[in-house]
Design a protein around this ligand. Structure first.
Ligand SMILES: Cc1ncc(COP(=O)(O)O)c(C=O)c1O
Length: 407
């Protein structure tokens, strides 16, 4: 973004500010989807709401044909408000509440996480014998990750057999399997996901394949080179991810007619949204303390997600100050009173009070991850390729935070 555009946006919506790039998001979404569909036409994308549930973004996904992947009644309500049919909402998560049952009874997709949930669904089925309830099961599988995931039903002990048995006894049809393993973004990890899930599908659905196999997500997003370098500069392309999964699926089900093949779901979140939100913050003061340069910003690390604690986000400095000074090894710190509210470290270069810093790749776990700590959140605008903008989340006010408290 050029200086004039930033000045214009900040004049309209204030600083700090999230900027969502609509057309770039759409292009990337379509490219991602095409990579999978080219190899396995029964591919279906379900967007992970937890990653960024901004309704305008979810609405774009809906218009592009994406399903909604939700893990709470709050997220479910977003999808319903956008007009989603239950058949296109996937309700996941380890703790499900009231509306998950409404969703189940309305024919929505629901992936069970644990045996307690199996029992609850069986009770619902017994109270609604007029309906054929259908569920999926999230399986806890080993794909070579170096940790034990806490999610799903273990496929390596008797729990998965028990789940199938209890559901069958209550007349509930299991029509799919789901998995999601975080922190496993390599191509080999995706080949393993596909192989393990296909093996489980053959084992638990011997007569005919399940309606769907859902592999969750856990892929690297497209990102700026300076961020990619920090991940070892070996970021797989969407084509490579698709080949790792969709080719084994296509081969495994090659002999079946299209209508009998399972739907292959993935649930991208950061994978598709991360690169299309930038965050603009302003330099409020600069000081040198005991030899350390410190740049105090009008924003906080809570606004740009945990990623800024693990990696250096790509930044652009936009000079709007009257005078810049040369900084050496400067830390950009937030407005909070936390010592560890650091957004960027070891900055070398010119900077002045009033300059803007644009942080890129902050689409996931950012605006929706910001606590009401010390101050409410800022606005988000959408910017189209002609340079037109509109607000898609207004700046929060005092009442947005304090309405729930008693004065
Ligand atoms: C069940 C599930 N699906 C999808 C996602 C999104 O994954 P990603 O952001 O890696 O695309 C997550 C993220 O934690 C998840 O828990």
């Amino acid at each position: 973004m050029v200086k004039e555009k930033i000045n214009e946006l900040v004049a309209k919506y204030g600083s700090p500010l999230y900027v969502f790039q609509k057309e770039e998001f759409v292009k990337n979404y379509l490219h991602f989807e095409k990579c999978f569909k080219n190899l396995y036409p029964k591919y279906q994308l379900a967007y992970s709401y937890k990653t960024n549930y901004t309704p305008v973004i979810c609405e774009i996904v809906k218009q592009l044909g994406g399903y909604a992947e939700v893990v709470s009644d709050m997220e479910y309500n977003v999808a319903k408000r956008l007009g989603y049919d239950n058949e296109k909402i996937i309700y996941n998560g380890p703790y499900k509440t009231e509306l998950s049952i409404e969703h189940l009874l309305a024919g929505g997709i629901l992936n069970i996480d644990n045996i307690e949930e199996v029992k609850k669904v069986c009770v619902v089925a017994e109270a609604h014998t007029e309906k054929q309830l259908k569920v999926g099961i999230r399986v806890n599988i080993n794909i070579g990750q170096c940790f034990i995931s806490r999610f799903g039903i273990d496929s390596d002990n008797s729990d998965l057999d028990l789940a199938f048995y209890l559901l069958k006894e209550s007349g509930v049809k299991v029509e799919g399997l789901h998995c999601h393993i975080g922190q496993s973004r390599t191509i080999q990890a995706w080949k393993n996901r596909a192989e393990v899930m296909l093996t489980l599908a053959d084992k638990y659905f011997p007569a005919e394949p399940p309606k769907y196999l859902n592999l969750g997500s856990g892929m690297f997003a497209v990102m700026k080179p300076s961020l990619a370098e920090q991940f070892g500069d070996n970021i797989p392309s969407f084509e490579q991810y698709a080949a790792a999964v969709a080719i084994p699926f296509a081969e495994h089900y090659a002999s079946l007619p299209e209508e009998k093949k399972p739907i292959l779901f993935t649930e991208p979140g950061t994978t598709i949204v991360n690169s299309y939100i930038d965050f603009v913050g302003r330099v409020d003061s600069i000081k040198r303390i005991k030899g350390q340069d410190i740049v105090v910003m009008d924003c906080s690390k809570h606004m740009i997600g945990d990623i800024c604690q693990i990696k250096q986000l790509p930044i652009d400095v936009i000079c709007c100050s009257e005078e810049q000074i040369e900084l050496n090894n400067a830390n950009f710190v937030g407005y909070t009173c936390l010592e560890h509210d650091v957004m960027y470290t070891a900055y070398h270069g010119k900077l002045g009070v009033g300059d803007y810093v644009v942080f890129a790749n902050v689409g996931g776990y950012s605006n929706n991850f910001k606590p009401p700590f010390i101050a409410p959140n800022c606005a988000m605008c959408e910017l189209d390729e002609n340079g037109n903008s509109r607000v898609i989340k207004r700046r929060e006010e005092f009442d947005d935070v304090f309405i729930t408290y008693i004065f």
